[in-house]
Design a protein around this ligand. Structure first.
Ligand code: KDO
Length: 337
């Protein structure tokens, strides 16, 4: 595992140019409504997308046109932040893993078994400990993080039947070719689980599972259902290794052109959308075990202490932990149960 500081430096130059370019090109269309194009790799039926379309968009419709685009059709997964910085996009539903490519310290929010639940994510996001992280994204990337969205507890989802492979501890995942999204922080999480991680964009995962190009993937239960991964896999191991989040991200240049009333409306709309999506996703997580069992999936808990011990130890001994600001992990833990 290596953290690519050199890439970060290269990206800083690109971003500096992009921020300047975006400032010169305000995102106003002839209609005078502020144009807010949002690119996400999520589907239109994902709860985060639904919340943005049904709560965020209508709440700001008086002065802004919210134009979401799904399934990474506008920008490929992981390229949205650079697109916003260059002034080619106004919004995305981004991840800490993507931000960690620019700012390695964001990897603290990507580490397994750090966030405890949805409420803990909100407490962390709204705590002053987040201020330097948010400020850096604004200053160096031209991106404002508006609110935190709940994606859910990531579980290990495999093609093998439970009879052929029962996963009790990380040792059982040795040699398992586990698709993880394509950044260093994601790949490390796959390794920490004991698997052999393979980088792949989300939109390619169904086919890769169907053809056997990978043995499995990890995502929360609502995503397994939304993307129909249950059609091409046989078991889910409830590792809950990452209580996963996304941030609602918006271009700073566009934000700065809004009036303070518009900014307040956008902020309130983002918070309301995040809350609505969070409640919907939590409900789905609770409901979907029986749905998936009816579809023939084996769903079971492994030795959670064994997974937690291995994952936490590997993170603390990693180069990632060296980038975490002093004391922040303790502050995060203190905000939990
Ligand atoms: C994924 O690629 O597995 C992931 O769950 C990563 C998340 O950060 C998020 O981008 C998500 O995909 C997509 O929105 C699809 O749900």
């Amino acid at each position: 595992m290596s953290i690519k500081f050199s890439r970060r430096m290269a990206l800083s130059a690109l971003v500096a140019a992009g921020v300047a370019a975006s400032a010169a090109m305000p995102a106003f269309a002839s209609s005078d409504l502020i144009q807010l194009r949002m690119s996400t790799s999520g589907s239109a039926t994902d709860q985060r997308s639904i919340a943005m379309a049904n709560v965020f968009g209508p709440a700001i419709a008086e002065f802004a046109e919210f134009k979401p685009s799904y399934n990474a059709t506008l920008f490929a997964q992981g390229t949205e932040l650079a697109a916003i910085s260059r002034g080619n996009l106004e919004m995305s539903i981004t991840s800490a893993q993507e931000l960690a490519q620019f700012f390695p310290e964001f990897s603290i929010f990507t580490a397994g078994y750090v966030h405890q639940d949805a409420a803990h994510q909100v407490a962390v996001f709204n705590d002053p400990l987040m201020d330097p992280f948010k400020q850096k994204a604004e200053d160096e990337l031209g991106i404002k993080l508006l609110s935190v969205m709940y994606l859910g507890r990531r579980q290990v989802n495999l093609r093998q039947s439970k009879e052929d492979l029962t996963v009790v501890s990380p040792a059982d995942l040795a040699g398992v070719n586990l698709r993880m999204p394509g950044t260093d922080a994601w790949q490390f999480l796959g390794k920490a689980l004991g698997a052999s991680p393979t980088p792949m964009a989300f939109t390619e995962v169904y086919t890769a599972l169907q053809t056997g190009a990978v043995d499995g993937q990890d995502n929360p239960l609502p995503t397994v259902v939304d993307a129909k991964f249950y059609e091409v896999t046989n078991q889910i191991v409830l590792t809950s290794h990452l209580v996963d989040l996304n941030y609602i991200a918006i271009s700073n240049a566009v934000w700065d052109e809004m009036t303070s009333e518009q900014q307040a409306s956008v902020q309130a709309a983002a918070d309301a959308a995040a809350e609505s999506g969070r409640q919907a996703q939590l409900q789905k997580e609770a409901d979907l075990v029986s749905f998936l069992e009816e579809k023939g999936m084996s769903i079971y808990e492994p030795d959670l202490a064994a997974f937690r011990n291995q994952v936490q130890t590997m993170y603390l001994e990693s180069e990632f932990a060296e980038t975490w600001p002093e004391g922040v992990l303790d502050q995060i833990n203190a905000l939990g149960n």
